[in-house]
Design a protein around this ligand. Sequence first.
Ligand code: ATP
Ligand code: MG
Length: 227
Amino acid sequence: MPGEERAAVHHVSKVYGAGPNRVDALRGVSLTFGAGEFVAVTGPSGCGKSTLLHLLAGLDAPTSGTVLVNGTDLGRLSEEERAAFRGRTVGVVFQSFNLLDILTAEENVALPLVLAGVPAAAAARRAQEALARVGLGGRTRRRPAEMSGGEQQRVAVARALVSAPVLIVADEPTGNLDTENGRAVFDLLRGVAGENQRTVVMVTHDPVLAGRADRVVRLEDGLVRSS
Ligand SMILES: Nc1ncnc2c1ncn2[C@@H]1O[C@H](COP(=O)(O)OP(=O)(O)OP(=O)(O)O)[C@@H](O)[C@H]1O
Ligand SMILES: [Mg+2]
């Protein structure tokens, strides 16, 4: 159904540290992300972009306010429940690819499923499908050291996709890539945003890439400047 809400933050604040070390990373942010939307998040260094993504992914909890993903209020879940919910619902891609060097591409992608208790054969099959989706069907047995940066980031996207999440958050996924590989990863993320009403929220410093998203959210000093 178009217009359906996939995720939202309501009056969210995040404070790190205390006393003289206090940092107000987010200062009352409200945003809604629609099902199937591809949203770019931009803003100067330190404005709270990664903090917002961590909250949406359930990797961290806000100091105050509400985070909703797929209709679930993450604040009502225990830390354990939040981790399980994240495993089923959210895929995460970082600037550094965070692949395990000793595992092949297929093993890296299958790992979240194996850790979630999926039998090895089924996990391997789903990993192969996810790698085919990102255009690496012929490279499933390579290790990270044998792949280019762009290929490694596509493996990381496949790993985020393998659990069929309805939300993907990507924190500067093109930040370590040259222009051409950055475009390829961007196009890939834009493509998977359409599939099954999946929503993608991507942080980028690149105004050209941001301009090609469905919508741009600009943060400044912990507040929404425009959205
Ligand atoms: N774990 C932490 N402990 C203390 N302060 C933190 C922590 N994480 C982030 N901060 C601070 O919170 C503010 C927002 O950080 P955040 O990482 O969200 O910024 P960002 O917009 O992602 O910046 P960049 O573009 O440099 O990645 C910054 O002032 C940062 O120093
Ligand atoms: Mg950041």
